[in-house]
Write a protein that binds this ligand. Structure first.
Ligand SMILES: *[C@@H]1O[C@H](CO)[C@@H](O)[C@H](O)[C@H]1NC(C)=O
Ligand SMILES: *[C@@H]1O[C@H](CO)[C@@H](O)[C@H](O)[C@H]1NC(C)=O
Ligand SMILES: *[C@@H]1O[C@H](CO)[C@@H](O)[C@H](O)[C@H]1NC(C)=O
Ligand SMILES: *[C@@H]1O[C@H](CO)[C@@H](O)[C@H](O)[C@H]1NC(C)=O
Ligand SMILES: *[C@@H]1O[C@H](CO)[C@@H](O)[C@H](O)[C@H]1NC(C)=O
Ligand SMILES: *[C@@H]1O[C@H](CO)[C@@H](O)[C@H](O)[C@H]1NC(C)=O
Ligand SMILES: *[C@@H]1O[C@H](CO)[C@@H](O)[C@H](O)[C@H]1NC(C)=O
Ligand SMILES: *[C@@H]1O[C@H](CO)[C@@H](O)[C@H](O)[C@H]1NC(C)=O
Ligand SMILES: *[C@@H]1O[C@H](CO)[C@@H](O)[C@H](O)[C@H]1NC(C)=O
Length: 678
């Protein structure tokens, strides 16, 4: 904010119309002090020694008010129009260091400064359930909300500025932002960032328009208001009104709401605050005692985990040489799934900069980063959700997935939750995915058959571990070539396992019954939406065919379907002719034959005919011979037809689009819902 100069003031007053009324009111507080008697503090509001007013602390269900003690004349005797007014203030909303803040702060114009019957939370300490929405309230609010509202307008955006009359429904709402003075670009603002925010509210009683502008404290006031809303307050206000602020916290969501300075005038533009004189924000307060039983449970669970981990640490250090203690501790710490500091992840990814982005997956965006604490390279997957429902349960599951360790899995190092973002931290695998090596190779690089065979076996080991070797069965649900990362030694590492469970917990926005990727979805999964180890085996089978033939599972433009294509060659007795032509003649005939036959067995229409991963690995290692193709009975044309009709029954017509195709196989259908989910 520019420092006020007499010239600037003259300038403002000269160009803004002033409406002279019998009782004009104007005041300016660049910070507040105890000798100030013209303010009435109510509820939880206190004056901090620094000179800041704190309306609420982070205690649940509190409300605080501050009002100018004298009423203002809003309606003049012989005038039909409500008085103009102008106000400038600086506020700050400080959220707890963990969890979400709420509920909000409102500039309030009301017939009385007494809100003894009011409720907290969404009622903002102004209304209660019986008077909310009633015209007799005569209340005008400009709300600075950090919680999603209840009406459709505010459902989308938690972080918003809204105009409300007599109730909690917004008349007008804008996501918190401002138009920057240079070039008028709209920039977002975080209301509950904890930083001081300047606000101007200007009502023109003749134009019958209210303008609301917010902007950071260190820039000049934008020329374009965030909200410019036509409203006639004449019918809303009473003859005299009280002006002030109100804030409340909720049952679960709490923030500290501060007012650092305030000026007001009914005679032209309010005196702009001198931001240099404003009091500083008090240092971050300690969290209020947590009362949410879920948080207590989670904290207790984490505490138990920490105690156990600590016990194990002591155990390990006893067993290992003391000289190595230091290193062990660090390695082990890194290995142990734990909650990462958001700050570290932010630094690691340079603030989630686009240049650090290495991919956009079905579940979120992936960034490369270097952890400032250890210097380790990590991949950070950021999943943005609309709601935190089910998040706490899922946190426990991630903790559990984080304990999975196998050389063919991408290790989940930890997680972090920040506002609506869930961040998952994985090992960084620099080489890229199997998909990119097969289909988008750089410099004409071709994976040799030998390498492909090792990769195939690696994925099988990883899946076997998930299915059978860990303490509980983990269904991957999204086995596909782009989820197989290849490390510098060309080892396959399966990623994204168990993540599809997010859908089950309803934490994703596109909740669909079936999760998977087109071309890899087993028929029974498409029918009943129930993923199983068999449906993972099916997807693995498709992957085998993909690796051997170098062709994608489906190509909708030419109605190509890999499984059917290989079956055709199989029926002609020339299955090995489907081998990737890029390999030339440089492959082991028996191995290619084995992989293709096994691919067909794994993609058998009937789950009970598909081998389990342990068996798959035995076939691949040559421990067992694959049953001969004649016994396998892939399913005749007719039985596939039957599968297809049952498939159709299981899925409602709006989730499935038929695409014409050569042979009538179930996988010729694209699940539109899945496409949006990917
Ligand atoms: C503010 O109000 C006082 C009287 O309360 C008046 O003397 C003064 O001129 C006003 N100043 C402005 C800028 O309106
Ligand atoms: C308190 O504020 C009043 C007027 O706003 C001012 O005159 C006085 O000097 C202030 N006192 C202190 C201790 O800052
Ligand atoms: C928050 O404010 C309320 C009311 O002023 C008070 O009772 C409570 O002790 C405060 N809590 C903290 C943590 O400061
Ligand atoms: C209001 O209008 C009446 C006549 O309609 C007039 O007598 C009176 O002086 C006016 N009052 C003011 C404050 O203008
Ligand atoms: C609602 O608030 C009004 C005004 O503050 C009060 O008179 C009334 O008793 C309150 N009602 C309830 C149910 O608390
Ligand atoms: C409100 O904003 C509009 C558009 O920028 C402007 O024309 C109008 O003069 C403003 N009114 C007030 C009272 O500031
Ligand atoms: C009241 O507002 C109307 C426009 O809405 C304007 O024409 C009229 O002059 C205003 N009256 C006064 C007394 O300012
Ligand atoms: C305002 O402050 C923010 C952070 O506090 C800083 O990033 C920004 O550059 C500053 N802007 C100006 C114009 O000083
Ligand atoms: C209204 O403001 C002007 C300056 O713009 C001032 O001269 C005048 O005294 C003010 N009127 C009242 C009643 O405060």
């Amino acid at each position: 904010m520019a420092k006020k100069t007499p010239f600037a003031l003259l300038f403002l007053f000269f160009f803004f119309p002033s409406f002279t009324h019998p009782q004009n009111l104007n005041f300016t507080f660049n910070g507040f002090n105890e000798s100030e008697t013209s303010l009435t503090l109510n509820g939880a509001t206190i004056l901090k020694p620094t000179g800041a007013l704190r309306l609420t602390n982070q205690t649940t269900n509190t409300q605080g008010h501050v009002f100018y003690s004298k009423p203002i004349q809003m309606l003049q005797q012989n005038s039909s129009n409500a008085s103009s007014f102008s106000t400038n203030f600086v506020f700050a909303i400080v959220t707890p260091s963990s969890g979400e803040g709420g509920y909000g702060l409102a500039f309030t114009l009301s017939p009385s400064p007494d809100f003894s019957g009011a409720e907290t939370g969404q009622y903002m300490g102004i209304y209660n359930s019986s008077n909310e929405g009633k015209p007799y309230n005569h209340v005008f609010l400009v709300e600075f909300d950090t919680v999603k509202g209840f009406d459709q307008k505010s459902e989308e955006e938690a972080n918003h500025v809204a105009i409300g009359i007599n109730g909690v429904l917004s008349k007008e709402l804008e996501p918190a932002s401002y138009y920057s003075t240079d070039r008028g670009i709209k920039k977002e603002m975080d209301l509950d960032s904890g930083d001081p925010i300047q606000a101007w509210i200007e009502y023109d009683g003749v134009q019958k328009k209210v303008n609301v502008t917010i902007f950071p404290i260190n820039i000049t006031k934008p020329n374009i208001p965030l909200i410019s809303f036509d409203i006639d307050l004449t019918s809303v206000v009473k003859e005299t009104m009280y002006v002030g602020f109100s804030a409340s916290t909720g049952q679960k969501r709490t923030s500290s709401h501060y007012i650092l300075g305030w000026s007001f005038s009914t005679n032209g533009t309010a005196v702009p605050l001198d931001t240099d004189q404003l009091p500083p924000l008090p240092p971050i307060e300690k969290n209020s005692p947590v009362t949410d039983p879920k948080i207590i449970a989670l904290t207790a669970a984490l505490a138990v985990v920490i105690v156990i981990l600590f016990g194990m640490l002591i155990f390990f250090t006893c067993c290992k040489r003391t000289v190595k203690f230091h290193e062990d501790l660090e390695d082990w710490e890194l290995d142990c799934p734990h909650r990462f500091q958001y700050r570290d992840l932010y630094t690691a990814t340079k603030g989630f900069k686009d240049s650090e982005r290495i991919g956009i997956g079905g579940f979120g965006t992936v960034f490369r980063g270097v952890l400032p604490t250890t210097g380790a390279e990590v991949a950070v997957k950021r999943i943005t959700r609309n709601s935190i429902q089910g998040m706490r349960e899922f946190a426990a599951e991630i903790e559990s997935l984080g304990r999975l360790r196998q050389k063919n899995l991408v290790n989940l190092q930890g997680w972090c939750k920040k506002k609506n973002d869930l961040l998952l931290i994985y090992d960084y695998i620099p080489y890229g995915s199997l998909y990119s090596l097969l289909f988008e190779p750089r410099n004409g690089f071709v994976l040799s058959w030998e390498q492909r065979f090792i990769i195939i076996k690696g994925i099988a080991s990883g899946l076997l571990y998930l299915h059978e070797e860990w303490e509980k069965v983990v269904i991957h649900r999204d086995v596909k070539s782009s989820n197989v990362l290849i490390d510098a030694d060309l080892n396959a590492r399966l990623g994204d396992f168990g993540l599809a469970r997010l859908y089950d917990h309803g934490t994703m926005s596109h909740t669909t019954q079936v999760v998977g990727t087109i071309g890899y979805i087993a028929p029974e999964l498409a029918r009943n939406g129930r993923a199983s180890t068999s449906s993972d085996v099916f997807a693995y089978g498709v992957l085998l065919l993909e690796v051997a033939t170098g062709r994608k599972p489906t190509d909708r433009s030419s109605n190509f379907l890999l499984v059917d294509w290989v079956i055709e060659y199989q029926q002609m007795g020339a299955i090995v002719d489907t081998v990737d032509p890029k390999l030339g003649s440089d492959y082991a005939f028996d191995e290619v034959n084995l992989v293709l036959q096994l691919g067909l067995l794994c993609t058998h229409q009937k789950p009970e005919f598909r081998p389990r991963m342990r068996q798959v690995l035995r076939y691949l290692n040559g421990d067992d011979r694959l049953p001969s193709p004649s016994i396998q009975s892939w399913g005749s044309y007719d039985s596939r037809e039957e599968v297809y009709s049952r498939f159709l029954e299981g899925i409602s017509s709006d989730t499935i689009k038929r695409t014409p195709c050569r042979s009538s196989s179930f996988s010729c259908f694209s699940l539109s819902s899945l496409e949006t989910a990917r």
